[in-house]
Design a protein around this ligand. Structure first.
Ligand code: TXA
Ligand code: MG
Length: 364
C-alpha cells in the first residue's frame, strides 16, 4: 500500500464564536467533509472512540477502510448518520420499537441493527448481511462532519485490527499514520468504549449484541415493557455469531493479560507474589488496578483506572492504559475485575476480550 500524507485538522481548544464554532474549525471540517465525500478516509472523534470514516455509498472507499485497518472483510461496519431523515434512505421500514430507541438514545452510543435497503449502501459495508448497524453519534464534530460530507459515513473504530480502540488522536496516528487521508483531532473521546449494538427480536425484544455506552439497565429503565436480552452470544460461541465482530479476539495487549477476581486482599497478595516470581525471571510486570488499591501493588508499571465507585472513569481510561502497557513493553499484566453492572458490563466485556478469556478466580 502506497504511503499517504495524513493530514491532521486540529479542532479542539479553539475559542468558539457566537455560533459555537471557530472559522478555522469550519474550514477544517469543510475540507475533511469534502475528503470523505470524494472517497477519502478520515478519522474523527465521536462520544465513544475515534472512528475511521469513509463514504458508505462508495465501494472503493469502504474497501480502503478494510485495507487500512487490516480488518477481516466479513466484519460489517456501522453507518453513521446526522439525522433520522437521512436514515430513511438506507433502511427498510422498521418496527416502532426501533424508532422509540432512537428517540430515547440518539444522538448517543447506541447502534441499532435494521433491515438494509437493497442497492443503496456499498455491499462491503454490510459484509453480505441483510441488515445494517446504524447510529447517530453524540459529538458536535462528528455530526457536523457527516452533515458537511453529505453522505452516510461508514466508520469502524480507527485502530489497526486487534489493537485497542483509539480514545485520542495520537492513538489513531500510532496505528494509521500514512494509511489514511486525514484525522480530525477533537481531543479525548467521552465514554472511551464503543457503542452498544442492539438488534430487535419480534415486537418487544431488544437483544444486546455488544455491551457499550448505553447500559442494559438504562434500556430496561426506558422500556419497562420490552424484553432486554443481554446474555452475550460470544459466551455460547455459536458457529455464526449474530454480531460478526464478536468472534474476533480484540484489543489484545502485547503482554499476557490475566484478570484476577476475588476478595481484595487475596487478589493483592496473589498478584504481588506472581509479579515477584515473573520479575525474578526477568519479565517486566504490570497491574491494572482501581485507585482504592493501586498503591498496594508492586510491579514495574501500575496503572490506576480511577475509583471503583466511578466506573465511567475506568471505561474512559481502559484503552489508553492498554496502549501504555504496550509502549512500556510490559510482558505480564494482571488486572482487577469489577462488577458487570452499568458501564461495568461493557468494561468487563472488553477486559475479558483483551485477556483472551484468562480469568483467575481466587475464591473458588
Ligand atoms: O462506538 C462505536 O460503535 C464506534 C464508533 C466509531 O462509532 N464504532 C465501532 O465500530 O466500534 P467497529 O467496526 O469497531 O464495531 C462494529 C461492531 C462489530 O462488532 C460488528 O460486528 C457489529 O458492530 N455490526 C456491524 N454491523 C452489524 C450488523 N448488521 N449486524 C450485527 N452486528 C453488526
Ligand atoms: Mg473496533
Amino acid at each position: 500500500m502506497a504511503l499517504k500524507n495524513t493530514k491532521v485538522w486540529i479542532v479542539q481548544d479553539k475559542q468558539p464564536n457566537a455560533a459555537g464554532k471557530t472559522d478555522e474549525m469550519d474550514e477544517s471540517l469543510h475540507e475533511a467533509g469534502d475528503t470523505l465525500r470524494l472517497g477519502g478516509l478520515v478519522a474523527f472523534p465521536t462520544e465513544t472512540v475515534y472512528g475511521l470514516g469513509a463514504n458508505a455509498l462508495m465501494t472503493e472507499a469502504v474497501e480502503d477502510i478494510f485495507q487500512a485497518k487490516g480488518r477481516p472483510s466479513d466484519n460489517p461496519l456501522i453507518v453513521h448518520v446526522a439525522s433520522e431523515t437521512d436514515l430513511e434512505e438506507l433502511v427498510l421500514p422498521y418496527p416502532p420499537l426501533a424508532a422509540r430507541l432512537m428517540e430515547r438514545f440518539w444522538p448517543g452510543p447506541l447502534t441499532i441493527v435494521l433491515p438494509v435497503r437493497p442497492n443503496v449502501l456499498s455491499p462491503l459495508v454490510t459484509a453480505g448481511l441483510p441488515t445494517v448497524g446504524v447510529r447517530k453519534p453524540d459529538h458536535p464534530v462528528a455530526l457536523q462532519l457527516i452533515k458537511l460530507a453529505g453522505c452516510p459515513v461508514a466508520a469502524p473504530s480507527a485502530n489497526r485490527s486487534g489493537r485497542p480502540s483509539p480514545t485520542l488522536a495520537s492513538h489513531v496516528l500510532e496505528d494509521l499514520a500514512g494509511r489514511i487521508d486525514g484525522i480530525i483531532d477533537g481531543g479525548a473521546t467521552g465514554v472511551g468504549l464503543e457503542s452498544t449494538v442492539v438488534e430487535l427480536e419480534g415486537e418487544h425484544g431488544i437483544r444486546i449484541l455488544r455491551p457499550g455506552g448505553v447500559t442494559a439497565e438504562a434500556i430496561r429503565l426506558a422500556f419497562p415493557d420490552a424484553e432486554v436480552i443481554s446474555e452475550l452470544e460470544s459466551d455460547a460461541a455459536p458457529e455464526q455469531p449474530r454480531s460478526p465482530g464478536m468472534k474476533y479476539t480484540h484489543y489484545a495487549p502485547k503482554g499476557e493479560l490475566a484478570i484476577v477476581q476475588g476478595k481484595p486482599e487475596a487478589v493483592i497478595s496473589y498478584v504481588n507474589e506472581q509479579a515477584r516470581q515473573w520479575k525474578a525471571d526477568g519479565v517486566t510486570t504490570g497491574v491494572l488496578s482501581f485507585s482504592e488499591r493501586a498503591s498496594r501493588y508492586d510491579a514495574d508499571l501500575v496503572l490506576d483506572l480511577g475509583s471503583e465507585s466511578r466506573l465511567e472513569d475506568a471505561a474512559h481510561r481502559l484503552y489508553s492504559a492498554l496502549r501504555r502497557f504496550d509502549e512500556a513493553g510490559i510482558g505480564r499484566i494482571w488486572s482487577e475485575a469489577c462488577p458487570a453492572v452499568g458501564i461495568g458490563g461493557a468494561l468487563m466485556n472488553r477486559l475479558v476480550k483483551a485477556a483472551g478469556g484468562t480469568i483467575f478466580e481466587l475464591d473458588k
